[in-house]
Each structure stands twice: as C-alpha cells, then as structure tokens.
Design a protein around this ligand. Structure first.
Ligand code: 5RP
Ligand code: CA
Ligand code: ZN
Ligand code: CA
Length: 224
C-alpha cells in the first residue's frame, strides 16, 4: 500500500491528511479533511494543532451549480459603485497567479458562527447539501458574510491550478468522496512561521496521519 493509497483511505474514513504543497509555492503544510465528515472535534484539532485559516473548498461543478463566484469577480463587479476597490486587485500574489477565495459563510442556524459547533455545522452541512445535490437550498441555508471562508476550486482542478484547494479536492475525487474539503495551514506556535516539513512529519507520526507532497497527488491525478 502506497502513501497515496493510505491517504485516500484516510479521506474516506473522515481522517486528516497532511499535504505540503511545494517549495516553489507557499511552502505550507495544510491539514485536509473531507467536509462531510467534519465534527466540532475536527475544528478544535485544526485550531489547536494547525492554527491557520479554516476554509471550505468546493469543487468547480458545485460552484457552478450554486452560482458561487470568486471574490475577485465580486470585487471587479463592485468597482462600478466603489472605484477604490479596484486598487485592492490581487495582482501581486508572490506564489500564484490567482487566489481561490470566494465569500465567507455561516449556517443560518449558527449563533456567532465561530464556535467549533457552528463552524462544523456550516462546513459539514454544506458538503452534504452538495452531495445530495440540493443546490437550490444554498441561500436559504447559509448567510454571508460568515466565519468559514469558502474557496472555489479551479476548473479541472490541478490541471489548471495547483493549490491546496485543488489538491484537496483532487484527493476527494480520487477517494470517491464528495469533493468538498477543509484545508487549514499548519503554523509553528514558536516561530509564527509555516510549520516545517520535518515538524509536520513528526506530528503525522505521532498522530498516525499520512503526510504527502502535492506533486504525489498532482502526478497521480494527471495520469487518470
Ligand atoms: C487559505 C490559504 C491556504 O493556503 C489554502 O491552502 C488554500 O490556498 P491555496 O489553494 O492557494 O493553497 O491561503 O487559508
Ligand atoms: Ca465574533
Ligand atoms: Zn495553501
Ligand atoms: Ca496559505
């Protein structure tokens, strides 16, 4: 059994997989989990052990179905009324050409939206809604802004962009799980910098998790 096989099994079992994107990119290790399995305990683990932003990534097909745009496109449309927004254009991201950010959301049954309970509800119920193709319920179920950042996967996933967003969604596709996943960057509590691969490996070993390199997933996905 290869590490990739182990990772796909972990994704199917609702367990975390750790992925280092690339030295030529962010150079970050994200904790990744299929959203349909996310519980309040998963959120607590990401807050305590990862510490980055907790984002819900949605496959491009789902974004098309619910008409969920990229934030850049919303900002572009809004500059007609708010011209100053044009100056914020993300045309100088140091590690990629575009960002996968869309809007932020909360489940309408959330109170503040940020508790482990609320974020797990927002994330898991969004994934289950996509799985059950209840696309017309999106606006009735979630409100924006909220406390979960939604990321939109590129069309064709890693064929067109090779961020954790697409890598995580490719893992879900290959695992045969609904392509909605959470990514959260692992940050070093001492230095405040991205957790090193060596430290992430240690964490993976201590917690029985698989650590992969983005290219391991990208190469396999491109073969299919
Ligand atoms: C949002 C991010 C993360 O790096 C996340 O992994 C998604 O971004 P990308 O697809 O660019 O890797 O910045 O917290
Ligand atoms: Ca608050
Ligand atoms: Zn990333
Ligand atoms: Ca990042």
């Amino acid at each position: 059994e290869t590490n990739l096989d182990k990772a796909l099994e972990a994704i199917r079992n609702g367990e975390f997989v750790l992925v280092f994107d690339d030295d030529d990119r962010e150079g970050e290790v994200d904790m990744i989990i299929a959203s349909e399995f996310v519980t309040p305990k998963s959120i607590a683990t990401m807050r305590n052990d990862a510490g980055g932003l907790i984002c819900n990534c949605l496959h491009d097909d789902f974004c098309e179905a619910i008409h969920l745009p990229f934030m850049v496109d919303i900002m572009k449309a809004a500059t007609e009324k708010y011209p100053e927004l044009a100056k914020l254009a993300p045309n100088d991201i140091p590690y990629d050409e575009r960002s996968s950010f869309s809007v932020w959301a909360n489940h309408r049954k959330s109170f503040t939206g940020v508790t482990d309970h609320d974020r797990a509800m927002t994330i898991s119920e969004m994934a289950i809604m996509m799985k059950e193709e209840r696309f017309d319920e999106f606006g009735a179920t979630f409100r924006s802004p909220g406390h979960v950042c939604l990321l939109r996967g590129a069309q064709g996933l890693v064929k067109n962009r090779q961020g954790h967003t697409e890598i995580g969604l490719a893992l879900c596709e290959m695992a045969g799980v609904t392509p909605v996943c959470v990514v959260c960057e692992m940050m070093d509590g001492e230095t405040g910098q991205a957790t090193s691969v060596a430290d992430a490996r240690k964490y993976a070993e201590e917690n029985g998790l698989v650590l992969l390199r983005g290219e391991d997933i990208i190469n396999e996905y491109l073969k299919e």
